[in-house]
Design a protein around this ligand. Structure first.
Ligand SMILES: *Cc1c(COP(=O)(O)O)cnc(C)c1O
Length: 496
């Protein structure tokens, strides 16, 4: 099947996978979606025993129809190599009855590495396939993890530049240092005086700015995105859900065809959307459980059918990568449950932009039956880290704890006993202060660097390379700007 991609705001024109990856966002501001979700080309039993790389090829070739076998295998080989600290790439660890799918074994110890270690290769391959001569400028907003993962992925990649914006006071110290110490002659990062939503809106506005695109083209540049609005981020994320199911089968934790639940700590809705695609490909997932922190705009949406970012305060939490009120990938789900009606989707997205709120129809609500939602308060998140540690010795990060808590709450509320995979999105070392304070209040007065040693001792795991690297690296970036000055900043960096 030769799948093409359409914009969620204009179903008329379709582009190839490589064109969609190059553009990132459609010209009309919509997101690219596959015309249909492909079915798995093999049975789940045939997936047993496949390596991560083999699973990645089996899944991704269905979505990236215009890549040759050689091109795609080459991208996969370069991405999923010794940058990961385990050959399994995405191991499953059972603790207290839940299967944790650990997606933090890559270079920057958060799940963004799963997609961002392959995106640069998909992008440069796409550029070659489409005879692109321009230098590609990756413009990215980050709530903390995408930024570093993208900088690491694109550093010194020929034909690319990368500019990252992050909220000045909205990331952990480890996250910030990871970005500010990134080497590479083509990488830049700026702290904005604002929150993630402002960073994301600023980046989106630049993508939609036709005049800016012309100025760029004159200088031999074009924009693309490393955010999860890029289909080249989403497709690699489908892989680990397929892989996790196959591993459960292989390890005789489930029978062939047995349903599982998946709970995902959610911010921009990219990770859980990938799980939804995995389900549509044929993986027996009963419920996709969307877990939010105190920024629970998605929880409220699943309860009521109203998406309302206007009547709420943005709060900074101990799970900063989920401190998001505009979950951009939800647009892909909205489009799908609207029966792929581009007009209806555009109307709702304009309402969100102009009024900060929209409401879906009763018909559309029926399309949400595969989803469940929950949220965890700061106290519940911390208590979950402590309880699981005390009971089993397993230490999880704050984002994963949100998922664990929501999973337990869902099981108790519904009596659903289906086995549950909780997506573990970051290493506890990345959020060491919050994690250690959750385990014992006595740690609250210590600095992050002392706590890294404590966590190492307490969890019995090595300090990850990603942490060792920043301990005595030089700060290379100091740029800051107001949220309203992102365009000027980009122009200055590119000498436009
Ligand atoms: C990005 C991120 C999330 C949220 O993922 P989305 O795909 O944006 O929903 C959760 N946890 C961590 C650690 C992250 O970096």
């Amino acid at each position: 099947m030769n799948i093409r991609y359409k914009s969620t705001r204009n179903s008329d024109a379709a582009v190839t996978a490589s064109q969609a990856i190059l553009k990132g966002l459609a010209d009309d501001g919509g997101l690219f979606v596959p015309e249909q979700i492909p079915k798995l080309p093999v049975s789940v039993d045939e997936l047993k025993g496949m390596s991560y790389q083999e699973t990645a090829y089996t899944v991704m070739k269905e979505f990236l129809a215009d890549f040759t076998e050689e091109e795609l295998k080459d991208c996969i080989r370069k991405a999923y190599d010794s940058k990961f600290d385990t050959e399994e790439i995405a191991p499953l660890v059972k603790a207290d009855g839940i299967y944790y799918l650990e997606l933090f074994h890559g270079a920057t110890i958060a799940f963004k590495d799963m997609a961002l270690s392959i995106l640069p290769h998909l992008l440069t391959t796409s550029a070659k396939k489409n005879q692109v001569q321009n230098e590609i400028v990756i413009l990215t907003a980050t709530s903390g993890d995408t930024g570093k993962a993208a900088m690491a992925g694109f550093a010194d990649v020929e034909g690319t530049r990368i500019i990252v914006f992050y909220p000045k006071n909205g990331v952990s110290r480890v996250q910030e240092l990871q970005m500010l110490t990134q080497k590479g002659r083509n990488v830049d990062v700026a702290a904005i005086h604002g929150n993630f939503d402002q960073a994301q809106s600023g980046v989106k506005a630049m993508f939609e700015n036709k005049k800016l695109a012309e100025e760029l083209a004159k200088k031999g540049y074009q924009f693309s995105s490393a955010n999860s609005i890029n289909i080249g981020r989403l497709v690699p994320q489908v892989v680990y859900y397929v892989y996790a199911y196959a591993k459960l089968l292989e390890n005789e934790q489930i029978q062939s065809g047995e349903e599982i639940n998946v709970v995902v700590p959610t911010g921009n809705f990219g990770n859980i959307l990938a799980a939804y695609y995995a389900k549509q490909m044929g993986i027996p997932i009963r419920k996709l459980i969307c877990a939010s922190n105190e920024n629970k705009v998605l929880f409220d949406f699943f309860q009521t059918g109203t998406y309302d970012k206007k009547h709420r305060e943005f709060v900074l939490t101990s799970s900063p990568s989920m401190d998001i009120l505009i979950s951009s990938n939800l647009e892909r789900l909205i489009y799908q449950i609207a029966g792929c009606d581009d007009g209806k989707n555009t109307e709702l997205m304009n309402a969100l932009k102009n009024e900060g709120v929209y409401q879906i129809t009763e018909d559309m609500k029926a399309g949400l039956q595969d989803f469940e939602a929950g949220y965890a308060t700061e106290e519940q998140t911390a208590a979950t880290i402590r309880e699981v540690y005390e009971k089993t010795g397993y230490v999880m990060d704050t984002h994963t704890a949100v998922a664990a808590r929501v999973c337990r709450e869902y099981q108790e509320r519904t009596g659903d006993t289906v086995k549950c995979v909780a997506v573990s999105t970051a290493s506890p070392f990345k959020f060491v202060k919050s994690v250690m304070t959750a385990i014992d209040g006595k740690y609250s007065s210590k600095d992050e660097f002392e706590l890294l040693e404590e966590l190492k001792r307490l969890s019995g795991t090595e300090l990850p390379d990603a942490v060792k690297e920043i301990l005595d690296a030089d700060i290379l970036h100091t740029l800051e700007c107001d949220a309203g000055q992102m365009e000027q900043t980009v122009k200055a960096l590119l000498n436009l």
